[in-house]
Design a protein around this ligand. Structure first.
Ligand code: GLU
Length: 459
């Protein structure tokens, strides 16, 4: 059996897009499932739009997601000599040729084709053929190299996601594979790379389906073994349009900053185009165990921000408190936290769907709170003020355990005839800045006596 090798090949022209992250996840999981390897390649041949900053962002997002690669990053711009060597070989074999058409020639060609109502295809002016006389080579023009695509026949492959696909060679032309400046184009570099890197399975977005026939023809021209292709359907935004920057956050890094867990992001992305029965919440390890290239969806997936939030909340709840406290660090770095942090996570995580939400509670404990005046008005009725005086005095003396604090509340309720909410609500508002908190005795206990007394005193 061939060794399973997959890759992700982002272009560093921006952050890591959610769609690319999903492709990376599937490629990674597929390799891991079969004990193969996963390669990261940076497709930086669009020199004008590529940047080191984008590379850094992509690497950081891959790291955050935990999609570790066995090889790479491999940069295409460092492989120009190799592309040139393959081009020389193809020129010698007659599977590629020099084309001296100027942009004006191509424009004129296009205009004439449009006028005749024809598809816009390169007319093969410079393609050598037996008995054909080529135009005289213009002076001072550096040629581009074109691939001599088969002129007829059909290119077919059995797509891992979409099933059998066929495209006629009459639909495609002799594409440019090397620009005049010696930089290869995508369709050529991708083939040389996937071939050299012995990639067995190519997962990518289905916007590349139209490129695949060219690539298959180039593989054949090189006598290279073809990988299997799997084209993943697009991800649609809430509005049914392709997910894009204009329609909300599409950078993986923005979810990191917004307090999502990579576990949840992977889980959600996994389900966006693949399923394992009815399983909704699972770990990366489980996904690897299940992900064998089957049950991939042919139809577009719909991005659902509310579901992602729900998935995130599930992972947050399930995470051990020590681990959660560590994950929380970047969000609470301005606070002087201490050993209570895991316990605070345990107490509040059930009501949080992001680390940012959890950090707000942590802030209330270690930082300052600002009760809203309408909350104070609503809960701090004159009738409860005397009871609060008594409570404050008793808390000053009480043993500082949740049970002892609960006993103090009970005592004050018995003495004053108030109901628990009448007393607990104003305490919550004063101490935590909100009336919605978990069990009041546990909250007070975690806050610490000193802080509780100071805050109760502000009434
Ligand atoms: N650089 C291409 C992209 O980002 C890679 C496509 C492929 O995987 O072949 O779309």
């Amino acid at each position: 059996m061939t060794k399973i090798r997959t890759r992700i090949a982002p272009s560093p022209t921006g952050f890591l897009h959610l769609g690319t992250a999903r492709t990376a996840l599937y490629s990674w999981a597929y390799a891991r499932h079969f004990g193969g390897q996963f390669v990261l390649r940076i497709e930086d041949t669009d020199v004008a739009r590529s940047s080191q900053d984008s590379v850094d962002q992509i690497l950081q997002s891959m790291h955050w997601l935990g999609l570790h690669y066995d090889e790479g990053p491999i940069y295409q711009m460092q492989r120009l000599d190799r592309y040139q060597a393959v081009i020389d070989q193809m020129l010698a074999a007659g599977t590629a040729y020099r084309c001296y058409c100027s942009p004006q020639d191509l424009e004129a060609m296009k205009a004439a084709q449009e006028e005749r109502g024809e598809k816009r295809l390169y007319d093969r002016t410079w393609r050598p053929a037996p008995g054909k006389v080529l135009p005289p080579i213009p002076e001072g023009v550096r040629p581009v190299i074109r691939f001599a695509n088969p002129v007829d026949g059909v290119v077919s492959w059995d797509d891992l996601v979409k099933g059998p696909i066929s495209i006629s060679n009459t639909e495609i032309d002799d594409l440019i594979i090397l620009r005049a400046d010696g930089v290869p184009t995508y369709n050529f570099a991708v083939v040389v790379d996937d071939w050299d890197m012995a990639i067995s399975h190519v997962f990518r977005g289905d916007e590349h389906i139209n490129n695949t026939p060219w690539q298959i023809n180039i593989y054949r021209a090189l006598g290279a073994v073809l990988p299997q292709f799997g084209h993943l359907p697009v991800i649609l935004g809430d509005d049914g349009q392709k997910l894009s920057k204009r329609r909300g956050a599409v950078a993986v890094s923005s979810y990191d900053q917004a307090g999502y867990l990579p576990e949840a992001m992977n889980n959600y992305l996994a389900r966006l185009g693949w399923s394992h029965g009815d399983d909704e919440i699972f770990s990366l390890e489980e996904m690897v165990h299940w992900f064998d290239g089957t049950h991939l969806s042919k139809s577009p997936a719909q991005w659902d921000a509310a579901k992602l939030l729900w998935v995130n909340a599930q992972h947050l709840k399930a995470m051990p408190d020590d681990a959660l406290a560590r994950r929380l660090q970047p969000f609470v770095k301005d606070l002087q936290t201490d050993a209570r942090l895991p316990e605070i996570c345990a107490l509040f995580k059930d009501r949080c769907d992001t680390l940012v939400a959890l950090a707000t509670w942590v802030q209330a404990v270690y930082g300052e709170v600002q009760p809203q005046s309408q909350d104070l008005e609503q809960h701090l009725q004159p009738a409860v003020r005397p009871a609060l005086d008594v409570l404050e005095a008793r808390l000053r003396e009480a043993e500082w355990t949740p049970a002892a604090i609960a006993a103090v509340f009970k005592q004050v309720l018995t003495e004053t005839g108030l109901k628990m909410p009448q007393l607990a609500m104003p305490v919550r508002v004063l101490v935590m800045g909100t009336a919605q908190t978990p069990s009041v005795e546990r909250v007070l206990h975690l806050c610490g006596r000193e802080k509780v007394l100071v805050r109760l005193g502000r009434r």
